[in-house]
Each structure stands twice: as structure tokens, then as C-alpha cells.
Write a protein that binds this ligand. Sequence first.
Ligand code: SF4
Ligand code: SF4
Length: 307
Amino acid sequence: VLTGLVSSIQRFCLHDGPGIRTTLFLKGCPLRCFWCHNPECLSAQPQVQVFPERCLGCGACVAACDHGARTRGPAGPVYRRDQCQVCGHCITECFAGALEMVGRRMTVGQVMDELLRDRAFYRGLGGITLSGGEPLMQVDFSRAVLAAGRDEGLHTALETSAHCLWEDLECLLPLVDLLMVDLKHADPEKHRAVAGVTNKRILENLQRLAATDIPLLLRTPVIPTVNDTPEEVGAIADLVKGMRENRLQRGAEPPRLELLPFHRLASDKYRGLGLTNKSSSLRTPPPEALHLLVDEARKRGIEVECK
Ligand code: SF4
Ligand code: SF4
């Protein structure tokens, strides 16, 4: 049976496409953006997430662990990620919710059961969104969920970095009503420095997408020190402008650009996963700086939103 590794299913999302949406977050991502807002989706494996502030100190997790990964320390239980076999026994025993498993193997039917619970809220405008992580890393599962959503008459959106094989992306397009491509930087080397891979494949895929009719929204997270200058946002807007011209010549719907200001909501997730948060010193850009970036992008005659 086909299964996917699901990080979470979030209900009543307002920023993952039109209307009210239910978003399926899939685990695994080929990029390593240092400010990632969803660090629990980076690894393609299940992980134990630790919330020490919820711990009551009962020691049940220590007794449950046969691998020496959960031991007693002077200030409460200590978790040794390098010893952990991710068996989940400690999680079953912890009634305080201080330990959680990130990553559930689910069938398409199980995912659809959860997504369809919210159908009444979609009201013709909303629907389901596949995000992550990178849904293209689980392309067969993503395709099956999108197809099931279509069969149910739901609006389907897909959020991707487009750092993937074109053939994989292409095969999903007939099942997608809105494609959201996250573009972090126009320059290949800076992209590599901040996201771990160059944007060569992403830019190639964007050119191919420009030649299709798929409704397309480019999304750029505005990250201080990464891409928050008018020149950097302008270079991304230039790319969108080129795609717009391609599409208008053919009478197709032009792509839109959305700027998403950095926020620090992910700090607790980094801590709970034992990951270093390299963006902890960054601040959300002030509204006036964002207005300037939006104005710069709009000079190209493209449609720009900022939320
Ligand atoms: S998941 Fe298993 S191995 Fe890891 S700490 Fe818990 S009980 Fe121990
Ligand atoms: S079982 Fe939960 S509450 Fe009890 S010591 Fe372990 S983490 Fe803390």
C-alpha cells in the first residue's frame, strides 16, 4: 500500500492558497534554508521532538527506553538523539505530551479522511494544499493525494521549491489548481550559500512553467541578510516579469509574486528537534521596508502581494 511520511495536517490555514484550506505537510526537503520555518519537515525520517517545559519529571520515558537514549539527569530526563532508535515507546508512556513523534506513515485514504473533515469550510473557494518540506520528494504519494482531492471536487494547491526533476513536477500539473513556487534568490551562488543548493534547476523549471497555463504564484520569504534589498527583490521581480511576458503573448494567466516577511515562530521547533537555529538573531522586516520592496517589484508591472 502506498504511504507517505506526514509531518502534520493543519486545519483552517489562511495563507496556503485561496480561502480556508487544510494543509498537508510532508516530511523531507532537498534544500537547507538556514531560516526554515518548518524545520520539522527537513528530515525525510521520523524524529522525536522534545518539549522540556511540559515535562512533569515522572520518569516513565526513562523506564520505557531500552536504548539508553532517555536517561535521568540532575534537572530532569535527558534525551540522547544519537542513541535514539525512534521506536516511540517513551512517547506512548509520556502523558504530559513532553515528547512527540514528528512523522506519521499514512495511506492516501487516511489522509483523505482527515482532509475531507473540513470540506464544509472550503465553500467553493478553499481546498487542500500540499506543502512541506518538499512534496516532490514523495511524488507518488503527492500525486495520489492530489488525484483523490480532484476526485472529491476539491480545489488543490501545491507548494514546492521546484528543485526537482521536471518530469516529476510536470506529471502533477494536471492535478493542481494553483502552483506555489518558493523562490529565495535569483542569484545561483547566493542561493547555494543560503539554501544549500544552487537555483539552476529551479530557474529552469520556472521557465518551463512559464510556458504552461498552470495558475502560478511565486513566493519569496523576505529574510534579512538574504534577500531584503530592493536589488535582490527586483531581480526576482525581473524573473516574474519575463514569465509574465511569455504568458501574456499566449493569452495565458500571468504569474503573481507574493512577499512573505520572515518571522521567528519556529524557535521552539528548532530547540525541540535539537537543531541549531541559525536565524535566531534575525528580526521581522519593518512594514516600511516591506512597502519599499513591494513598490520595487511592482515597477515591473507585475502583480505583487505582501502578507
Ligand atoms: S524513541 Fe525509543 S529509543 Fe528514542 S528515546 Fe524514546 S524510547 Fe528511547
Ligand atoms: S514521561 Fe513525559 S512527563 Fe514523564 S519524565 Fe518523561 S518526558 Fe517528563
